[in-house]
Design a binder for this molecule. Structure first.
Ligand SMILES: Nc1ncnc2c1ncn2[C@@H]1O[C@H](COP(=O)(O)OP(=O)(O)OP(=O)(O)O)[C@@H](O)[C@H]1O
Length: 344
């Protein structure tokens, strides 16, 4: 639904060049919620602004719903007709809502419809439907200053949906909100994704946002995507940085365990109900030391991760590790004791 290839963006200000994007290939499938995370300055905002051509990329292509936007004429602020039409099918919500304070809630939602030339009665009807959808039917006549942050963002979302978009872009939409309001706005995004089949591309610096609503995620660093995939696949990849951030298990492995073999076991879906540790201990008559464990719901699926220590070297544990993998578990060997005189 959204594809970028080799996307680059260089800003020039006061004679200084900043490469904000350095060849980004992004692929967001239809109907998924896709999160882009990364530290400040990684290029997330630039990426999302290039996706709807608020910013024209320096090179590379952007295709949304089969239309190659980069091939359409017009600049970011003076778009040609085709680009304007394509953009109408892309809704955008902003961190600071960007509502007009002099207009009522209803009038804010109607704004994009005025631009399309829809008549007054139809605009009213559509805005009323959208406000109903975001749970704000009773606030239609209020002004933005009379609303809470969460309510303002719901208005922002209703306005973004006015053009019946297939894609919704969210630029840190919950960053200015408290945790509870964040949760309810994310739930709304999820509901819209499921009920309207809306594809959502969001950028955030909060891992919790990814954890609670995203199907897929990408990690950006210094203008590049350094890792991406579905959360399920990322969690099944031992060395995934995103998976570790999504699901930290306290102190990282690799230090502090002087003997034995330390494993990180990740289990998802069906295998999460299995008593595999006790089965392993019984089958191989070994003492297993549990160093840390957590179970969370990530992308609507139960995922567990456990760090355990087995006696002996990696070599000594090849069979038990194979047994765990046969059970469908993801097993990563974090540290292993070397076969020394003392351990042999
Ligand atoms: N209009 C601009 N002119 C010049 N440089 C810019 C402009 N916008 C962004 N940059 C630079 O491009 C780089 C990427 O910025 P961008 O805002 O895309 O990152 P970000 O990951 O969204 O960061 P944040 O989370 O802080 O918003 C940064 O070095 C930034 O200073």
């Amino acid at each position: 639904m959204i594809t970028t290839t080799g996307l680059s963006k260089v800003y020039t200000s006061r004679g200084k060049e900043t490469a904000a994007l350095r060849g980004v290939d992004l692929h967001v499938r239809e109907g998924e919620v896709y999160g882009v995370v990364g530290t400040s300055g990684a290029g997330k905002s630039t990426l999302i602004r290039c996706v709807n051509m608020l910013e024209r990329p320096s090179s590379g292509t952007v295709t949304v719903d089969g239309v190659e936007l980069t091939a359409l004429r017009g600049s970011a602020h003076r778009a040609g007709r085709e680009l304007r039409e394509a953009r109408r099918r892309i809704g955008m919500v902003f961190q600071h809502f960007n509502l007009l304070s002099s207009r009522t809630v209803q009038e804010n939602v109607e704004l994009p419809l005025e631009i399309t030339g829809l008549d007054r009665a139809a605009r009213r009807r559509k805005a009323a439907e959208l406000l109903e959808l975001v749970g704000l039917a009773d606030k239609a006549r209020n002004y933005p200053s009379q609303l809470s942050g969460g309510q303002k963002q719901r208005v922002g979302i209703a306005r973004a949906l006015a053009g019946d978009p297939k894609v919704l872009l969210s630029d840190e939409a919950t960053s200015a909100l408290d945790p509870e309001t964040t949760r309810s706005v994310l739930e709304l995004l999820r509901t819209l994704n499921q009920e309207l089949g809306l594809t959502v591309l969001l950028i955030t610096h909060e891992m919790d946002v990814v954890k609670s609503v995203c199907d897929s995620a990408a990690l950006m660093r210094d203008g590049r995507i350094v890792e991406s995939g579905t959360l399920t696949d990322l969690l099944a990849t031992g060395e995934s940085e995103l998976a570790r951030e999504l699901f930290p298990l306290g102190a990282p492995g690799g230090s502090g365990y002087s003997d034995g073999t330390v494993l990180e076991i990740t289990f998802q879906g069906d295998s999460s109900g299995q008593p595999f540790i006790s089965q392993l201990a019984r089958t191989y008559q070994i003492d297993i030391n549990i160093l840390g464990a957590a179970v969370e719901t990530i992308g609507g699926r139960q995922v567990g991760r456990m760090r355990v220590q087995l006696p002996g070297t990696h070599q000594d544990n090849v069979v038990p590790i194979g047994y765990l993998r046969e059970q469908g578990l993801q097993v990563d060997v974090v540290t292993t004791a070397h076969r020394t005189g003392a351990l042999a």
